[in-house]
Design a protein around this ligand. Structure first.
Ligand code: NAP
Ligand code: GLV
Length: 329
């Protein structure tokens, strides 16, 4: 019996490659950049499983190309807005993501952005390196306090809750708005529920976004939402770039509608170096590194590999997002 064929669109941490190679005919795309659309379409038709990243479009054309052979698409991410799950389900293709291994690491990065933006850390570092810092002055490089401030979490899921826990350790007040109210978490962590987005935004000195990208959350934060925020507020986005309207954000920071922003995700990614957002000193941008620790990236890769192996063996998958597909497949 030939081994099932798996195509991984990027080089993976060694542990995951070894797991897959022990039971499958594994092909790993060797380049640092993603495979072309042609390569991806071709592999979809030739493979039993694809291991994709957020840069690979798992749309209906790709899933159709795998019709008859492709059984599983394991996304190397907890977010799976790059995969057309409805088409996958219709075609009996299982889709998996990587929950419960990255929320603490991603929350650390969200908190790092809160602190870096509020205390102007990248700006100070740039000035020191460029020889622009000449002397200490009571009014230079002053930022915003974190302790005593109010943080609004938008989307109280796994990552949002971890950010809330970090904020409590920094003596912040935490409120939240989410699709579903969570009275047990309110009670356990002393979180204040805000029944709509505007009420959460209005209350906050810091706003941290943690919703998935969906038709409902596309440009969830636009000009109208920014205008209800405090002039001293800082917006942090570690979810997906299109959840925030970046041009509205640029104008809001430029015009003093809000104070600054920390962004791990943008629209597009990467931002072109001449993007207006990058001209603003109180905007900090990182290259989508929320989950980027060695331990967490390894755990994500191993989980993606386990999802593929479980699906190919006909065993329960650790984190399938469309169980319905397995009933059809
Ligand atoms: P999660 O546990 O599913 O949490 C998402 C939360 O958002 C849930 O609590 C959800 O609903 C809430 N939500 C959904 N739609 C909403 C809406 N329209 N308005 C308000 N709340 C809404 O996901 P997670 O693991 O925390 O990850 C969140 C997202 O972060 C991922 O989807 C991904 O895009 C992004 N991410 C980015 C990085 C990075 O490297 N920057 C790393 C990991 C994840 P309920 O209120 O019903 O629970
Ligand atoms: C990264 O962006 C993820 O969704 O895991």
């Amino acid at each position: 019996m030939p081994m099932p064929k798996v195509f991984a669109t990027r080089v993976l941490p060694r542990e995951a490659q070894e797991l897959l190679a022990a039971e499958t005919d594994l092909e790993v795309w060797p380049d640092h950049t993603k495979p072309s659309r042609e390569v991806l379409l071709e592999r979809a038709g030739q493979c039993d499983a694809l291991l994709t990243t957020i840069e690979d479009a798992g749309d209906s054309e790709l899933l159709e190309a795998g019709r008859g052979r492709l059984k599983v698409v394991a996304n190397f991410a907890v977010g799976y807005n790059n995969i057309d799950v409805a088409s996958a389900t219709r075609l009996g293709v299982a889709v998996s993501n990587t929950p419960q291994v990255l929320e603490k690491t991603t929350a650390d990065l969200a908190f790092a952005l809160i602190m870096a933006t509020a205390r102007r850390v990248p700006e100070g570092d740039r000035d020191v390196r460029a020889g622009r810092w000449m002397n200490w002055h009571p009014l230079s490089y002053v930022g915003r306090d974190i302790h005593g401030a109010t943080l609004a979490i938008i989307g109280l899921g796994q990552i949002g809750l971890e950010v809330a826990k970090r904020a409590l350790g920094f003596d912040m007040q935490v409120c939240y708005h989410s699709r579903t109210r969570k009275p047990n978490l309110e009670q356990r962590y002393g979180l204040d529920w805000r029944p709509n987005l505007a009420l959460a935004l209005r209350a906050a000195d810091y706003v941290s976004i943690h919703t998935p990208l969906s038709p409902e959350t596309h440009h969830l934060i636009g000009r109208r939402e920014l205008e209800v925020m405090k002039p001293a507020a800082i917006l942090v986005n570690t979810s997906r770039g299109p959840v925030v309207d970046n041009m509205a954000l640029y104008e809001a920071v430029r015009d003093g509608v809000i104070w600054g922003a920390g962004l791990d995700v943008t629209e597009p990614e990467p931002l072109p170096p001449d993007h207006p957002l990058l001209t603003l000193p109180t905007v900090v941008v990182t290259p989508h590194i929320g989950s980027a620790s060695t331990q967490t990236r390894t755990a994500m890769a191993v989980l993606a590999a386990r999802n593929i192996l479980a699906c190919l063996r006909g065993e329960p998958m650790p984190s399938c997002v469309n169980l319905e597909a397995l009933r059809r497949g």
